[in-house]
Write a protein that binds this ligand. Sequence first.
Ligand SMILES: Cc1cc2nc3c(=O)[nH]c(=O)nc-3n(C[C@H](O)[C@H](O)[C@H](O)COP(=O)(O)O)c2cc1C
Length: 152
Amino acid sequence: MIFYEPSSRDRGLLPHDPFKSLVAPRPIGWVSTRSASGAVNLAPYSFFNAVGENPPMLAFSSNGAKDSSTFAGEIDEFVWNLVTWELREAMNETSAPLPRGSSEFERAALEMAPRAWWRRRASPPVPARWSVASSTTSSCTTWTGARATSTS
Ligand SMILES: Cc1cc2nc3c(=O)[nH]c(=O)nc-3n(C[C@H](O)[C@H](O)[C@H](O)COP(=O)(O)O)c2cc1C
């Protein structure tokens, strides 16, 4: 039995904080957003999941305020795009920290689906080579500061 506390763990026993690998595998939320002023953004979030069915709810968690969480809060909407194996490298590219306003779509050489298509259902754009995209409106932002403790 090991008692494990992320903030004061035994670094001899656990050199790397195992928190992220304790709940695994996790799906990746490839989150696309649009700001109130029209900037577009795309980034991967592994703290992501479907969290309810009726109504259908998706959630992602940002480690501090990032463009995705900021933009999603601005227009109360984000889109989850499913990352397929063939898009894995492009997905990784979109995790690079870029200055606000620079498009991850351009950096990862990802084509956006035609505007006429995605504007029908959602404000944020989606990659043209996506497999499944699910848009969610009326977002709720929660700030958490809970201490995680687990035993194994
Ligand atoms: C596979 C993968 C999963 C990630 N999951 C998260 C996550 O759950 N939360 C988070 O804050 N950052 C996560 N990141 C890092 C963000 O993608 C990265 O900080 C990105 O620059 C954020 O972009 P944004 O500022 O445009 O939203 C992840 C990166 C990768 C490659």
